[in-house]
Design a protein. Structure first.
Lengths: 115, 112
């Protein structure tokens, strides 16, 4: 079974600084998808960024970017110019191809942004 | 545009009472639908998923069941709630693996 590991239960960053959240996963598949979700105090799950495993180029969405290392099975999230609104729980997630599109989530990293 | 509605937002139920949580999706057809539970503080556990009307797959044997009576409606039920059923329940949908999920706003269930 696929597993997703987030080794940092909590992280903190100063406003305007950069922070990197780590994620590793275990899979024997070659075709899969990776995601980062944000869950603010409202508990609404928000998709931050996605990466297809067949793409070598790292995904970028404004201040959010990933470092996808397929051989190392690593998928870290970098947040640049951190803002107070970035404070949230961040979840890494993995989906194998196929018809059911199930997502397996890591346990999350709680990010605090200090003013 | 597609939207997902989940209700109720909050629910307090006594042990042994029944449960029905509902989730509906608008603006799309034949979505894959999912129920997740999030225990206090942490990760999401997949409970059920459905790839079509009447098709339900269970991931975790437990006190809950799910049904999909219509294409865009997904219901989570229990005949008799246990204390351990307390948690935050999230419904989600997707059409393709690379889309990721769109989540509902969740239901906070407290069994007392």
């Amino acid at each position: 079974a696929q597993t997703v590991t987030q080794s940092q239960p909590e992280m903190s960053v100063q406003e305007a600084e950069t922070v990197t959240l780590s994620c590793t996963y275990d899979t024997s598949e070659s075709d899969y998808y990776l995601f980062w979700y944000k869950q603010p105090p409202s508990r609404q799950m928000i998709l931050v960024i996605r990466q297809e495993a067949y793409k070598q180029q790292n995904a970028t969405e404004n201040r959010f970017s990933v470092n996808f290392q397929k051989a190392a099975k690593s998928f870290s999230l970098k947040i640049s110019d951190s803002q107070l609104g970035d404070a949230a729980m961040y979840f890494c997630a993995y989906s194998r191809g196929g018809s059911n599109y199930k997502l397996t989530f890591g346990k999350g990293t709680l990010l605090t942004v200090n003013p | 545009s597609q939207t997902i509605h989940q209700w109720p937002a909050t629910l307090v139920q006594p042990v042994g009472s029944p449960l029905s949580l509902e989730c509906t999706v608008e603006g799309t057809s034949n979505p894959n639908l999912y129920w997740y539970r999030q225990a206090a503080g942490r990760g999401l556990q997949l409970l059920f998923y459905s790839v079509g009307i009447g098709q339900i797959s269970s991931e975790v044997p437990q006190n809950l069941s799910a049904s999909r009576p219509q294409d865009r409606q997904f219901i989570l039920s229990s005949k008799k709630l246990l204390l351990s059923d307390s948690g935050f329940y999230l419904c989600a949908w997707t059409k393709r693996a690379n889309y990721g999920y769109t989540f509902g706003s969740g239901t906070r269930l407290t069994v007392v």
